[in-house]
Write a new protein. Structure first.
Length: 388
């Protein structure tokens, strides 16, 4: 039995024991002690163990635990709002027991008195939902999901997942692929109703939210464009992941440059433009199966005529995914207020895309995008701004 599986087994055993015995009972204390000891043993080889529960799938770090496939507790934890679970190196035994008590209350649907706990708890145990709770469907949403669209299109959980992903990349240099794929599935669900497509887009309130909101919006627009081009469901999903990750390298750009209200210096511009190379490097070193997303991160600022950046030694054709993400990237960027300019109106942006077709944008892709946006104008919904 692997260390992650040993921990998960002790984890649920401690929850089951706590449900049977009152606080301070010796059996309860022993179960928590054993589970915490197993956690500390796991942390000897992985200081920040991270688990993701996606329906019947249990993921440790970026690896699916095949021996835990169809593990009933994965669904139970997900339904309790714990789809992601991570332990910091300095977690204490008391903090671990406190977390178990709160989780037990969630599972039992009992009230939790947090008046004191929330003021004293340290953030050594991170847990919460990713994407839309429950099974994320790639097909058209059922009626129940359509009724819930008013909630789904706020995209707060997806935005929180993206913010966390960026923190992981910035702090640990690792891309949580499971979260990225789950967010894309959630976005696909939020886009579809029984009869029409909805484009749920976020508005930002603060400039430092730009990378999060922009990534989500580009993913939505890219999937909609891919569907308009009648690409396969597999390609739509892959291009959605690429759109979500296209600006990942900006986690390495200082905020004072990213949000500078005035003109960038040559040195600052060089730092800004390095996000394409940095993003591609982060993605491909995280998972070689993400070669498409890495290519898009690298190419999405290269124009059709070969201009843009990074500069190529010789002109070559970019990947189709890069061409789709490029037009969606430009559209959402121009439609967003930035420190150095106000947002453009939609018609002005679409006119610009048409004018630059054949120079900046692939003509067929630009024409399809403009037609799609004008056709779906009444179905573009700007969700509530991110809350601080």
């Amino acid at each position: 039995m692997s260390d992650p599986v040993r921990f998960l087994t002790s984890f649920v055993q401690s929850l089951s024991t706590m449900a049977l015995y009152a606080d301070k009972h010796p059996a309860r204390e022993r179960a928590v002690d054993r589970s915490f000891d197993v956690l500390r043993e796991l942390q000897l080889v992985d200081s920040r163990p991270q688990f993701t529960f996606l329906g019947a799938e249990t993921v440790y770090g970026q690896f699916s635990l095949r021996e835990m496939r169809d593990w009933e507790w994965a669904a139970r934890l997900g339904n309790a709002g714990v789809q992601r679970l991570e332990f910091e190196p300095e977690v204490t035994r008391d903090e671990y027991e406190e977390f178990l008590e709160e989780l037990l209350a969630r599972l039992a649907l009992t009230a939790i008195d947090t008046s004191e706990m929330r003021t004293t708890r340290r953030t050594t145990i991170k847990f919460g939902p990713i994407g839309v709770r429950g099974e994320a469907r790639e097909a058209r949403a059922p009626a129940a999901a359509v009724d819930a669209l008013a909630t789904i299109v706020t995209l707060h959980e997806e935005a929180a997942a993206i913010e966390w992903m960026h923190e992981e990349v910035g702090e640990r240099g690792r891309l949580p692929l499971a979260e990225a794929e789950t967010v894309v599935r959630s976005l696909s669900l939020a886009m579809h109703t029984e009869s029409e497509m909805l484009l749920p887009l976020l508005e930002m309130r603060q400039f430092d939210e730009y990378t999060t909101t922009h990534s989500l919006n580009v993913a939505v627009l890219t999937m909609a464009l891919a569907e308009s081009l009648e690409l396969s469901a597999r390609e739509v999903r892959a291009f959605g992941v690429a759109g979500l990750l296209h600006d990942l390298g900006k986690v390495r750009v200082p905020l004072e440059i990213l949000n500078k209200p005035g003109k960038l210096t040559d040195e600052e511009r060089g730092v800004m433009q390095s996000h394409t190379v940095d993003g591609a490097r982060i993605i491909i070193t995280s998972d070689h199966a993400l070669d498409l997303a890495a290519a898009v991160a690298y190419e999405h600022h290269i124009m059709l005529d070969g201009s843009g950046y990074p500069r190529c030694h010789y002109h070559r054709d970019c990947h189709q995914g890069s061409k789709l993400v490029h037009v969606c990237d430009v559209y959402d960027a121009l439609r967003t207020n930035r420190p150095y300019r106000d947002a453009w109106e939609a018609d002005r942006v679409l006119d610009y895309v048409e004018q630059r077709a054949g120079v900046d944008f692939e003509p067929a892709i630009a024409a399809t995008f403009v037609g799609m946006m004008r056709r779906l104008e009444h179905r573009v919904q700007r969700g509530p701004r991110l809350s601080g």
